[in-house]
Design a protein around this ligand. Sequence first.
Ligand code: MTE
Ligand code: MO
Length: 509
Amino acid sequence: MAGIVAAMAAWAVSELAAAVLDTSAPLISVGDATVDLSPSWLKDAAIAMFGVYDKIALLVGMTAVLLLIAAVIGLVAMRRRVVGMLAVAGLGVLGVLSVLTRRNDDALAVAPVLAATITGVVVLMLMVGVRRRDRRDPPVPDSTPADGESTPVGSASRRGFLVTGASVAAASAVTGSLGLFLGRGGSAEEARAAMRLPDPDFPLPPLPDGVDFGVRGLAPFTTPNSDFYRIDTALTVPRVSPDDWSLRIDGMVDNPIDLDYDALLRLPLVEADITMTCVSNEIGGDLVGNTRWLGVRLGDLLREAGVHSDADQILSTSTDGWTCGTPAEVVLDGRDAILAIAMDGEALPFRHGFPVRMVTPGIYGYVGSTKWLDRITLTRFDQEEAYWAQRGWAVRAPIKTMSRIDVPGPLENVPSGTTTIAGVAWAQQRGVDAVEISVDDGEWTEVELAEVPGIDTWTQWRTETNLTPGRHSVRVRATDGTGTTQTEERVDPIPDGASGWHTVQVVAE
Ligand SMILES: Nc1nc2c(c(=O)[nH]1)N[C@H]1C(S)=C(S)[C@@H](COP(=O)(O)O)O[C@H]1N2
Ligand SMILES: [Mo]
């Protein structure tokens, strides 16, 4: 109990210190460092087991482990005070190290760890001291033998210890909650809520009427922001206020650029319809979403900065330290690579990168779509490696042509006779020219395609087919704007995206 109470107090003080100093809470930094240091197989297993709850699972597991360590340190400290204190100091050093590896640009982030360590030592000494006093001067019990040696360690003799422990725990709960409340990023929330989106200087025409078949169960052409998939390494969603946001573009450029949020909004604002896709998306998976983005063309900014001809990588960093390597030629080739401030007519949600993120059409998210953008440095692939490149993923990763069956769902029962089959297909930067389906390995037949606003979005497709009663398999494949048909060869997402044809089994009755 001494150890656990000391850990609670240390946590509470660290949260409050982090909130007051406006830096990151040590628990989160330690969690982030744990994620970074974990081998890929462990991360994959955690994602497979906990799905979108993987971050919560990590925090719960980490807290349990820390409390266990704290309890052991408490027990040790009761016998050997110095050893207990040294153990707490050791944890402090580990904390400082993990904070430094995560927030090397923010020396203040060390302060909450130091505050937590000192608090841990003080509370532990206090608890040990009280326990020793309880033992030395046991209250004289009236119903137990008066023989000191055989006095059972009863509740009365623990009173001082229990009262102190409960008080510290209660104070910690209040302090910690206050810290969490203050550190919630309230100013960023208010700023986002109060924001009025500027009108685009170069608006797109409204979406064509025919982009959406409106088939039930088929992914809508525009993914609502609330349904947009989220993939990132951030344990807590960064909450950066536009007032605190600025971007530096430096490295291999003639004129480094510093830009705050207002200056960004004064640049020409464009709209772009772009379907974003995660490289981890499995065949038939839903780590893909489409929307209309609002932002500033990154290529124009880079031309203003004057990119050196031998710089081939745009290394972007997010406020939480994640890095992304984008091929310079991709952003400079004229496509709609943008610094986005809004999606689907709304300021970016915090989960999707508020206040500013990159969106680069045609390449997977991990190589072109940095959220919570902080810095852009022009460099070379042979000099610097970004986060996922360090972990074995490809450096250049154009999105592969892919098609998916949404209707009917897997193993869904459908009425026999005429049945609707529908889905989406994407081949960003090339466009989708045709989609075909094959029932029970029969002939490929072309299906109807919905309209699209450009080559960077997915395309809905549908057809009616006749199914006899019984079980059937339906496959789909797309052909992109260059005339190349999606490959049948099944490969896993790592290192540069899954390929293969999506097949669903359906039962007609
Ligand atoms: N800061 C930051 N940006 C990031 C990531 C990240 O981990 N951190 N993940 C990338 C990946 S892998 C993808 S697929 C897209 C997903 O963007 P979304 O969560 O808005 O859908 O964000 C990219 N941008
Ligand atoms: Mo991704």
